[in-house]
Design a binder for this molecule. Structure first.
Ligand SMILES: [Zn+2]
Length: 250
């Protein structure tokens, strides 16, 4: 058991390292395969031993070996976050086939979180394959849930499409596609993800206006809130769902 958690941590850190490449390169329309990893400051290619997730960051004390420019702490944060969430998923879902959809969802959400936060886009190249593979895996593993998953994706998508059409400049089409994918992965507990995202979005929006950092008009990307809401729903969806329902007398 301990061994599989250690393995999940290592796999998570490695996937996190790949997510760093996606987060940096996808919005810049660069290939995620070639060229290999290089220092963003001096372009020096990284040797394999300077490119080990987490370990190299500590070993190099967060600096490029050639030019000495600091390497962003966020690379290490993404690797650690992915590793920790992979271990948590192993703890909750076991180490059988049921673990595959959560690992896929976690990876996609981490990429979406950071890309949307910085660039205000949710790339199709992440969300569409994740939605298709996620739905396929979920139905293969839990065939009896097929209708629930499809309805959850369709209703969430229709709801967000309506929001995007009613108030252009608010929700984007990227958000619409993302919530369809969330419905496919989460089923009925997608409600928890959406509710949490709106709640967090409102809280952060008000806090930023109060702090004077933003006017009421300036727009926050919604993908990061959906990502946090979806992670909460993935791990605590069922108990939170029951709480909400009992709250509304259901
Ligand atoms: Zn450098």
């Amino acid at each position: 058991m301990i061994l599989s958690f250690i393995l999940l941590f290592i796999i998570g850190a490695a996937i996190g390292s790949f997510l760093n490449v996606c987060i940096y390169r996808l919005p810049r329309h660069e290939s995620i395969i070639a060229p290999g990893s290089h220092c963003p400051a001096c372009d020096a290619p990284l040797s394999w031993h300077d490119n080990i997730p987490l370990i190299s960051y500590v070993w190099l004390r967060g600096k490029c070996r050639r030019c000495g420019q600091p390497i962003s702490i966020w690379y290490a944060v993404v690797e650690l976050l992915t590793a920790v969430l992979f271990v948590m998923a192993g703890w909750k879902f076991g180490t059988g086939a049921e673990l595959l959809p959560p690992l896929l969802l976690i990876s996609a959400l981490i990429a979406v979180f950071f890309i949307d936060l910085e660039h205000y886009i949710i790339p199709d190249v992440i969300v569409l394959p994740a939605a298709a593979v996620g739905l396929g895996l979920m139905i293969a593993i839990q065939p009896h849930r097929w209708a629930e998953l499809l309805v959850a994706g369709a209703v969430s998508g229709a709801f967000f499409l309506a929001l995007a059409l009613i108030k252009p400049g608010g929700m984007g089409i990227g958000d619409v596609k993302l919530v369809v994918a969330l419905g496919f992965f989460l089923g009925r507990t997608v409600v928890v993800a959406l509710f949490t995202a709106f709640l967090l979005g409102a809280l952060v929006g008000v806090a930023l206006i109060a702090a004077g950092g933003r006017s009421r008009k300036s727009r926050l990307p919604f993908g990061p809130f959906l990502a946090v809401g979806a992670l909460l729903a993935l791990f605590y969806g069922a108990p939170l769902m029951d709480k909400y329902l009992s709250l509304f007398g259901g």
